[in-house]
Design a protein around this ligand. Structure first.
Ligand code: B30
Ligand code: ZN
Length: 263
């Protein structure tokens, strides 16, 4: 396995041998059903600073299991952050990085499923609780992270908002390649047009070490991406294989509840 874990069925089965937390009762991803979700009169999720240009530099990296946009190290500037929604009052979560999970074929790739649908790609915008000094500290606390999950849906036309990332994918074709993005990203343009409707539940990192520290917020509305744009993700390599189907198998929901916020 290039990197420290793999996604093939036999690779996923041995995650628990090396990473005990992957065998827990609050694991992600899960299959979400709107009918089985509990409607709560939640306030809106407040998404702050997502319309600003991120003060550069932003780095794009192939880590062997995904491609990551690192948004950290913005010395002196306040990072974009989220609060409200299903999150505990007074808890603010600032962005750390975003990354993607995608399929080799169009009928798979997303980690979560929604109403029986597996989308061709899912983006995760990973946020860390402000009270913890860095990501690895946050991984030791059950209110450590919030991840926004965004589904992608294929359409004919390119999604222009993704170009600043996708145009640089050829520069990070190989594992550990890293490149500086020359254009700023406006995070808001990567979100669905409507962020009023979302699902929320308590889960885990979907990769080893599988810490059960994530409040998941999954937007109901997908974001468009073109076939040719998605194909550019499928050219990334971990040295041995193309990176694709980098999604974890569904985990048991167990005794957990999934909440839905509607307008
Ligand atoms: S996810 O959104 O649930 N897919 C981490 C954060 C979010 C998710 C998965 C993992 C995370 O912070 N992992 C620990 C740091 N990583 C990051 C990395 O470079 O990828 C180190 C690691 O080993 O776990 Cu390879
Ligand atoms: Zn992820």
């Amino acid at each position: 396995i290039a990197g420290h874990f793999g996604y093939r069925k036999r690779d996923q089965h041995i995650w628990v041998q090396n990473f005990k937390l992957c065998d827990g009762k609050l694991q992600s991803p899960i299959s979400i059903s709107s009918f089985k979700s509990i409607t709560l009169p939640l306030p809106a999720l407040e998404i702050i600073g997502y319309h600003d240009f991120l003060s550069t530099p932003l780095y794009l990296k192939n880590n062997g299991h995904s491609v990551v946009v690192n948004v950290n190290n913005h010395f002196g500037k306040r990072l974009p952050y989220i609060f409200g929604g299903s999150l505990d009052i007074n808890q603010e979560y600032e962005i750390d990085h975003l990354h993607f999970h995608w399929g080799a074929k169009n009928n798979r790739g997303s980690e979560h499923m929604l109403n029986g649908i597996r989308y061709p790609m899912e983006m995760h915008i990973v946020h860390k609780n402000r009270i913890y000094s860095n990501l690895s500290n946050a991984l030791n606390h059950k209110n450590g992270l919030v991840v926004l999950g965004i589904f992608f849906q294929l359409q004919e036309e390119d999604n222009k908002s993704l170009c600043s990332i996708i145009n640089h994918l050829t520069s990070v074709r190989w594992i550990n390649n890293e490149t500086k993005l020359n254009t700023s990203i406006t995070l808001a343009s990567l979100l669905p047009k409507n962020t009023d409707v979302f699902y929320s539940y308590k889960g885990s990192l979907t990769t080893p070490p599988c810490n059960e520290v994530v409040t998941w917020i999954i937007f109901s509305m997908p974001v468009p991406i073109s076939f040719s744009q998605l194909n550019k993700f499928r050219l990334l390599s971990n040295g041995n294989n193309l990176i694709a189907d980098n999604y974890r198998k569904l985990q048991n929901i167990g005794l957990r509840k999934v909440y839905i916020r509607k307008l």
